[in-house]
Write a protein that binds this ligand. Structure first.
Ligand SMILES: [Zn+2]
Length: 550
């Protein structure tokens, strides 16, 4: 993600996250901590009970959040997952007489305790939807294919889906399941225990009028945006997918993604990956159908859908992979020029980061006043106005390696994405424009070294709601300092070997630090602590490493 530097980057307090999730976080905190949470703990929406449901619910508390469970993801080394996020709780327990466990309502990320879910992991999403831009009516069937990871098997599990969507039916492994919507959690009870390590195929039928999830990062909303031309587009971090399909909504669970979208024939649809034209369903009279598929697993916030009357710009990367970009009717005047630069920018970045990791590339250039751009996989989305700059395009394309191919394990590791993507324009400028990066670094340091506020927020473990702040400006300073500390050889090996090693996987900042130590051939941890984890300007012994001290 990139925001309007300086203008909007620093004003997102934790309180501005999604309203529905926030109130539920508070409810959970009150229930499990009996702590100093002060408000809104009683505002959880009662679920839409389905006739015949056999959910084990209790008023107020989310039943599945306190279930006996096995969480899907191992916490990254060095990251402590509080007991509120993942610990079993005997309150709701196992259904009487049944084996198996209830999957947790969160995947175990302390920053967003209800993001994602426990007990299973998803390998692929396949969405088949109809959308009418005139009425904003969406109806859809989502097929999720995955595996149960709970050692006991599952008797109940959750998906994340915003309450603007009403679920009408759920099948698990081919059999109808009971279900209940509790705000943004879809709680599913299969007819039979789904065995440990067993295949999990979930089909969800739902409909509604998708909407924004209030209060996302950077002070902006996220989810389902309407465009001025009457279309729609989905973007948002840390969540957005749940605004239009049921999902295990956390980057720790990556999956492949495909969407078939039927729309009135005057509209077009673009999404991630490659457009498919074979074997499409009959869209019916007056309609058009589009299918897009991404065969590499990505985090769900990197999936997008854009429905509008846009221009398509096509090209090819040097290796022949297709570049497909969409230009909105109200996009900036230079959007086409930026779209045309995609191949050249990826060429330069490939020189630093290694082969481009996906099967296709491109961008979606909107006229939206989002205040941010997002690195949606293969096809980043750019807002209108000043956000759609050349530097932003370099930043979002760098994310294809750093953030999209290598995925964060926890949101506290966001520097793995944003520090590197924010350093990419430096690298680009050094190669293409012969910028003296040392001079640039010294100039910035001179103006910042005596500003304690700048150093207060660390680049790792910065706290929920603070992820998207200093990573954009302190991040590149820290990386350039690291380069001077370990030398160009080791640093450029890092830039290439990190995606080569962790591409297609989740990674933590701890793992990056170990990687750096290995490449440097010595323990650089004190330096890394000073630059990435410290809350003051780095001590003098670390402040001007290598040639930056001259
Ligand atoms: Zn970014």
């Amino acid at each position: 993600m990139a925001g309007l530097y300086g203008a909007q980057m620093h004003r997102t307090p934790p309180a501005r996250r999604a309203r529905s999730r926030q109130t539920r976080h508070r409810a959970l905190a009150v229930v499990l901590l009996a702590a100093t949470v002060t408000s809104a703990c009683s505002s959880m929406t009662a679920g839409t009970a389905t006739p015949g449901t056999t959910m084990h619910t209790s008023a107020g508390a989310k039943p599945s959040s306190s279930a006996t469970s096995t969480t899907t993801a191992e916490p990254a080394p060095g990251i402590t997952v509080p007991s509120t996020a993942a610990q079993p709780n005997a309150a709701s327990g196992e259904p009487d007489g049944a084996q198996g466990t209830i999957g947790d309502a969160g995947i175990g990320d302390p920053y967003y305790p209800l993001s994602g879910n426990g007990g299973y992991q998803i390998d692929s999403y396949d969405i088949d939807l109809k959308y009418d831009p005139d009425s904003n009516a969406l109806s859809s069937t989502a097929k999720l294919t995955g595996t149960v990871t709970s050692d006991e098997g599952l008797t109940q599990f959750n998906l994340d889906l915003q309450p603007t969507m009403t679920v009408t039916g759920v099948d698990v492994n081919g059999a109808p399941a009971t279900f209940e919507q509790q705000d943004a959690e879809l709680v599913i009870s299969p007819a039979e225990l789904v065995a440990a390590q067993g295949a999990l195929v979930v089909e969800v039928a739902y409909a509604g009028e998708p909407d924004l999830i209030q209060g996302g990062t950077l002070g902006s909303d996220s989810g389902w945006y309407r465009t001025d031309s009457g279309g729609a587009i989905v973007i948002g971090e840390p969540y957005s997918a749940s605004s239009w399909y049921p999902v295990n909504e956390h980057p720790a669970d990556t999956a492949t993604f495909a969407v078939t979208a039927t729309v009135p024939q005057e509209w077009q649809v673009i999404s991630n990956g490659i457009r498919q034209t074979d074997g499409l369903p009959d869209p019916g009279a007056g309609n058009a159908v589009f299918r897009w598929a991404l065969s590499d697993p990505v985090a769900s916030y990197l999936t997008t859908l854009y429905i509008d009357k846009f221009d398509v710009v096509e090209g090819k990367l040097a290796d022949g992979k297709p570049i497909v970009s969409a230009i909105a009717p109200d996009a900036n005047d230079d959007a086409r020029q930026l779209a045309d630069s995609t191949g050249q920018i990826l060429d330069v970045l490939s020189g630093y980061f290694g082969p481009y990791p996906f099967e296709a590339a491109g961008g979606i250039f909107t006229g939206l006043n989002t205040g941010y751009a997002l690195e949606t996989a293969t096809r980043p989305v750019y807002g209108g106005g000043p956000i759609a700059s050349f530097e932003t395009v370099v930043h979002e394309l760098a994310h294809q390696w750093y953030g999209d191919d290598v995925t964060v394990q926890r949101w506290s590791d966001i520097c793995l994405n944003e520090c590197f993507a924010s350093y990419a324009p430096w690298l680009y400028d050094a190669q293409v424009n012969k910028t003296d990066l040392d001079a640039q670094w010294k100039q910035q340091m001179n103006s910042l070294v005596n500003q304690p506020r700048f150093w207060r927020s660390p680049l790792v473990d910065m706290g929920a709601g603070e992820e998207f702040t200093r990573v954009y400006d302190r991040g590149p300073l820290a990386l350039h300092a690291l380069r001077a500390e370990i030398g160009d050889d080791a640093f450029f090996r890092l830039l290439k070997e990190w995606p080569a090693t962790y591409g297609g996987k989740n990674a933590s900042f701890d793992e990056l630090e170990q990687f750096v130590n290995t490449l440097a051939g010595r323990d650089v941890t004190p330096f890394m602590d000073a630059w990435f984890r410290g809350t003051t300007v780095p001590d003098e012994q670390f402040r001007y490493p290598g040639n930056l001290g001259n």
